[in-house]
Design a protein around this ligand. Structure first.
Ligand SMILES: [Zn+2]
Length: 585
């Protein structure tokens, strides 16, 4: 296997040479439509194409389910490759050999090195916590009282963070920097008070592992009744709550044939179920189940069973899970809800009834659509006309998020029957689908799910993504940072990057910021569509944005100077500048 880092220049070059249209068309036949290509989305079920590929930006995007990315992302998503595999596959198809770098500098390498160090730090931390557990009788006693076997403690690599404020801090600052310790989430930094200390103290440690089995974070539980009961790692460069599931790695490792996944609420539930032979449970990490979670689970299994405690909190969590699951439903995949008896959680329940009966209770799990209808029926009185209308209005909110599937058809039939309203009326009243946009053609607002307003900074970024060569019309841009407008740092960085690599395209630009704070805003702006290819028009638009940003920067400068003049006073040069700015306001 090749080792070493893939140089950034190679990835730029690869994305400039590759054609996203060709890559996708070889797997999903595309049709030309205007300046773009479309197809029925390969990632969700649909009858009318909302999957769009832009040859100009070398970027695809589905208006139905929101998937998007470059040729590399497509290979990763469609063929389930990891990043390096996707690079290799794409390079291979173009007859390019992937170079590896063992030394040298560059931000990419630094970035990779940083993440790599985080992984090794977290791994070492986990070994340390495991060691501490072996030496701490009260922690072992606690796990014994919870009836956890040695085998299961080992399987989930449980550990113990000793009491005290600086055990991990002292140990790991020998080989890791403050920044790394902060990034890992192991150490808390309070800059204003110049304090740093161990985040986890006197807690049972549950390492959270990613799909490769690397430790990416921890959950820490108190031994007694102190609050908070659990502390999870904060969001870090390697840990994102919304896309990680506790126990998913272990479930795949320890289940011979994974056919379904049970989603439970806590670490101890996952572990207790595993100890009793139900090795296919996972838990979310202090968040509701996200669409991303469901997408990952459906890649692995055709059936998801959400298992909730029978109390009110459990029912509320169930409804949230349902709302997040509805946009992700697919024919051939199943989502069901299982409610435990009042007062029980999976941990207590499996100890009480054992594996066989627990698995047999899956028979009682209700389907997502049945649960949906039942919950609505509880809330509205469908014996009256008004009640039925409210019932349908409420149902409509969720129905609109559901992809067009057989499951949806079935649900509609059921609702129609229940309320005595035929499906064509439901359709006419836009109960089922959002009204068709009259002009779905390219414009800057056609992505409206998480609409962001078109500020001059955002617009300028999207124009540069659309046509990086527009950067030639930007003469100076010092004022952009000065404007302090949201996104001005991203815009400045973008301009500098394009000036350094004039041949770069949008896909390669996006690649530069993969896994950074700029990835999300860039991806979002990538979806904006310019109305025209005409360079002259685009140039005017860009210059107009820059004028508006300059205006804002001037206002900012005026504010500062006025403030100075009323406090410390201005020198001659500043007085002249203020006068000039005010004259040109
Ligand atoms: Zn889609």
């Amino acid at each position: 296997m090749a080792t070493g880092y893939i140089p950034r220049e190679f990835i730029d070059d690869l994305l400039v040479r590759a054609d996203v249209v060709e890559v996708i068309n070889a797997r999903v036949p595309l049709k030309k439509k205007g300046r773009e290509y479309t197809a029925c989305c390969p990632f969700h079920n649909e009858k009318t194409p909302s999957f769009t590929v832009s040859p100009n930006k070398q970027f695809y995007h589905c208006f139905g389910c929101g998937v998007h990315g470059s040729a590399l992302d497509f290979l990763m998503q469609y063929e389930h490759l990891d990043f390096v595999e996707a690079v290799e596959s794409l390079a291979d198809s173009l007859g390019m050999a992937v170079p590896r770098e063992h030394s040298g500098r560059g931000p990419d390498k630094k970035q990779i090195q940083r993440t790599k160090n985080l992984f090794s730090l977290l791994q070492e931390a986990n070994q340390y916590y495991q060691q501490q557990l072996k030496n701490t009788q009260k922690a072992l006693d606690y796990l014994n009282r919870r009836d956890l076997s040695d085998e299961i403690i080992q399987r989930f690599k449980l550990g113990y963070a000793p009491a005290g404020w600086d055990n991990a801090l002292k140990l790991f600052s020998k080989s890791y920097s403050d920044q790394q310790l902060a990034d890992s989430g192991l150490i808390v930094y309070r800059e204003e008070e110049h304090k740093k200390y161990d985040r986890y103290r006197d807690r049972i440690m549950f390492p959270i592992r990613n799909r490769k089995g690397q430790v990416i974070g921890f959950g820490g539980r108190v031994l007694g009744d102190d609050k908070p009961k659990y502390i999870n790692s904060p969001e870090t460069p390697v840990f994102h709550k919304g896309s990680e599931l506790y126990g998913f790695y272990e479930a795949r490792l320890n289940t011979q044939k994974l056919e379904r996944i049970i989603v439970v609420e806590g670490y101890m539930d996952v572990i207790a179920l595993a100890q009793f032979g139900v090795s296919y449970a996972v838990a979310t990490l202090g968040t509701a189940t996200t669409p991303d979670h469901i997408k990952q689970l459906f890649r692995a299994v055709p059936e998801i069973i959400f298992c909730f405690d029978g109390d009110r909190a459990g029912r509320e969590a169930a409804w949230r899970a349902l709302e997040n699951a509805m946009p992700m439903i697919q024919d051939g995949k199943e989502i069901r809800f299982l409610f435990l008896p009042e007062g029980e959680d999976p941990d207590t329940q499996i100890r009480k009834i054992g594996k066989e009966k627990f698995e047999a209770s899956f028979e009682e799990a209700v389907s997502l659509t049945s649960y949906f209808v039942e919950k609505l029926k509880e809330r509205f009185n469908i014996a009256s006309d008004e009640g039925r209308a409210r019932f349908l209005t409420e149902a409509s909110k969720n129905l609109k998020t559901m992809p067009d599937t057989l499951i949806k058809d079935q649900l509609l039939k059921r609702l129609a029957k229940l309320t005595n309203v035929d499906i064509s009326t439901l359709n006419r009243r836009h109960i089922i689908n959002a009204p068709e946009k009259t002009e779905p053609a390219a414009d800057f607002t056609r992505l409206s799910k998480h609409e962001v307003s078109k500020t001059p900074v955002r617009y300028a970024i999207s124009l540069l993504l659309f046509k990086p060569s527009l950067v030639n019309y930007i003469e100076n841009f010092e004022h952009i940072a000065l404007s302090e407008l949201p996104g001005s740092d991203l815009l400045t960085t973008l301009i500098e990057t394009i000036q350094e690599s004039p041949q770069i395209n949008a896909a390669a630009l996006l690649e530069r910021w993969r896994n950074t704070e700029f990835e999300a805003p860039l991806t979002h702006l990538m979806k904006w569509q310019a109305e025209t290819d005409d360079e002259e028009v685009l140039r005017c638009e860009l210059q107009d944005c820059l004028r508006q940003i300059r205006k804002r920067a001037n206002e900012k400068k005026i504010e500062t100077l006025l403030h100075r003049s009323s406090t410390v006073g201005l020198n001659k040069q500043e007085t002249e500048e203020l006068a000039f700015l005010l004259r040109n306001r």
